[in-house]
Structures are given as structure tokens and as C-alpha cells.
Design a protein around this ligand. Structure first.
Ligand SMILES: [Zn+2]
Length: 337
């Protein structure tokens, strides 16, 4: 493996990713309901500023502004014929900023869910999903991303379709799911399920993990769940900056930079190697995370009590694996004992 991410993983104890894309763009004037991907063409300086904000705060890797770049998502904005253009330019702007950083910075091509429900529950077929992800993947590759990065996925079928598309594009990749429903994804996937799923893929990801979800404590519990499966793959933790709350008519995330610094070191202690933020995570948070990771070394795995003491309560009593009678339950019990 000679891709830029694997090289960085060989030399670093932990990799800091970027933070929020949406929250940052809303602060730059994006209106809710707008397609952020259109700004790759219409407001490229704002996208450069988004990327540069992460790099200047110390991120080793950032995601491109292409989360909603599949034809299915762009169709909501009547831009389904611009998949190639919007993704390629989003990637090219990223390449430009990363190459000017003066140190290795990885450009990861963000691929979000299609927004459609896949068969057998919904109507989107496997081959249609693969085709859409493949179209986006080729455009990101043409724009010069180092790796592809599928995120915020709920359904195992969609994760598999993305993986297959990335094989067609012959690109290394990472993948994360969002465990936002009492420790599981909206479609019921547990941390243990995802750790097992990635090993069944013919082209497994370089790294896998969790993003978004419900706050810093929950995502660390999920990371401990991945680690309990004994995976040797690097784990990703890209958690929100606290919990979203409505303040004066807009969404505010309550996690302070200090809390996110603490979260970053605890994510590393929990077993994550690729650590960053998701919604609500701004450059100020990233700077504290960078500082916290650089001034401490990897410690003991935290207990669940240590996590809640440092970062606040979990959103649910369990991480969703407790009801299963599978081996993951025994592993988790051993780990906690
Ligand atoms: Zn998020």
C-alpha cells in the first residue's frame, strides 16, 4: 500500500482529521436546503477557506465538500447531470490546498448516503447504488483525492455498494457509519456488526469507524465496541462537538474546544487512530484536539464510567450490542471486567 493515508499511518501515532463541513459552510452563508456541492463551482474561495481552516488548525486529513455528490442527492437540486463536474472540482480545490500545506495532508473524497432506501426494504437496487457511487468515485479520483471516504451510512447494503464502486474505481477507501439510534445505526447495525462486515468485503477499507451520531461519549463507546472485536484495522472516530441544541432559532453544538481536546485523547485511548470531529466541530475545536494529541501519549482504555465523567452521559443505556447473544457480548464483558 503506497497511498498517502497508509504512509501517514505508518509514521504517526494518531491522525487528526477535519471537523464539520455543514456547520462551517452555514457560518459562511450557506442556507439550509442549499446544496453545498454547488459552491465548489459557484463559491470556490469559500471551499478553499473551509479546507484551509482545517489544515491551518493542524488537521492531517480533510474531507472534500462532496458529501451529497451522488446523482440521487444532486437530483433534489436538479443537478443530477453535474456529478462529474461538482465532485471533480471539489477534489481539485482540496488537492490545491493540501499540496500547499508544506507537510503531508491527505485529501479524502467524501461520499455520503444516497438518501434512498435500498432493497429489500426500499426500492434502490444494488446495481443502481453501485452505479451512482461509481460515478462519484471516478470524478473524485479524477480530481486527485488520495482516498475515498464513505460516511454517515446506516444500512449495510449501502456500505457494501459503496465498497464495490470503489473497487471499480480502483481506489483505496475508508468508511464510517453513524451510530445515532441507541448505539446502533438507524438500520440497526451495531459496532460489532460493522467490524465483522468490513472483513467480509473483497476490498476492505484501510480504516473504518464511526462519525456523527449523538455526542462525544456515545461515539467512544462505539469505538470501544469496534476494538472489542479485535480488529487490526485502524479505527476512525469522527464525533460531533457535543449535542445539538436550538439556541435563538439555530442549531448550536454545546461541546467546547476543551471538551473536544479531551475527547480526542480519549478516542485515541479507546483504540482510534484517525480522530476528528463532525457536526459542530470548528477550527477552534480542531486546534485544541491537535494540541491535546500532541502533548499526551496513548493511555489505557477508558472505562465507560471514565468516559461519562469526562465527557457527559450516554444518550442510551446500552450500545445496542447487549441484546445479541453473539460472541461480541462475551468479548465486551471480558473487556469491561
Ligand atoms: Zn455530523
Amino acid at each position: 500500500m503506497t497511498n498517502a493515508l497508509s504512509k501517514l499511518l505508518d509514521t504517526k501515532d494518531a491522525i487528526l482529521t477535519d471537523g464539520a463541513t455543514g456547520t462551517n459552510l452555514f457560518n459562511m452563508g450557506l442556507q439550509s436546503g442549499d446544496a453545498p456541492e454547488l459552491w465548489n463551482v459557484d463559491a470556490p474561495d469559500k471551499i478553499r477557506a473551509l479546507y484551509k481552516g482545517s489544515v491551518d488548525a493542524g488537521s492531517d486529513l480533510f474531507l472534500t465538500n462532496t458529501f451529497g455528490g451522488t446523482a440521487a442527492r444532486l437530483k433534489l437540486h436538479d443537478a443530477q447531470n453535474r456529478v462529474g463536474e461538482l465532485n471533480r472540482i471539489g477534489a481539485e480545490l482540496g488537492r490545491e490546498i493540501a499540496d500547499k500545506a508544506g507537510r503531508p495532508v491527505v485529501v479524502a473524497g467524501s461520499v455520503g448516503p444516497t438518501g434512498e432506501i435500498m432493497e429489500p426494504v426500499g426500492s434502490l437496487s444494488h446495481s443502481e447504488a453501485v452505479e451512482m457511487f461509481h460515478e462519484q468515485a471516478e470524478a473524485l479520483k479524477a480530481g486527485g483525492v488520495d482516498v475515498l471516504w464513505v460516511e454517515t451510512i446506516s444500512a449495510p447494503e449501502e456500505f457494501r455498494a459503496a465498497a464495490e464502486a470503489f473497487a471499480l474505481a480502483d481506489m483505496p477507501w475508508c468508511g464510517t457509519m453513524s451510530f445515532d439510534t441507541a448505539g446502533r445505526t438507524m438500520m440497526g447495525v451495531t459496532s460489532a456488526d460493522l467490524a465483522l462486515l468490513v472483513e467480509t468485503l473483497p476490498n476492505p477499507p484501510i480504516a473504518f469507524g464511526a462519525n456523527c451520531g449523538t455526542g462525544a461519549s456515545d461515539i467512544l463507546r462505539t469505538v470501544l465496541g469496534f476494538a472489542a472485536q479485535g480488529t487490526e484495522r485502524p479505527l476512525i472516530s469522527k464525533g460531533n462537538a457535543g449535542i445539538p441544541k436550538y439556541v435563538d432559532g439555530h442549531i448550536h453544538y454545546d461541546g467546547t474546544p476543551e471538551l473536544m481536546g479531551r475527547y480526542a485523547t480519549m478516542a485515541r485511548d479507546s483504540g482510534a487512530t484517525i480522530i476528528g470531529g463532525c457536526c459542530g466541530t470548528m477550527p477552534d475545536h480542531l486546534r485544541k484536539m491537535r494540541e491535546a494529541l500532541d502533548t499526551t501519549s496513548r493511555g489505557e482504555r477508558p472505562t465507560l464510567d471514565q468516559i461519562t465523567e469526562a465527557l457527559g452521559p450516554f444518550s442510551s443505556a446500552s450500545d445496542g450490542t447487549e441484546g445479541d447473544a453473539g460472541p461480541e457480548r462475551r468479548t465486551r464483558r471480558r473487556r469491561r471486567a
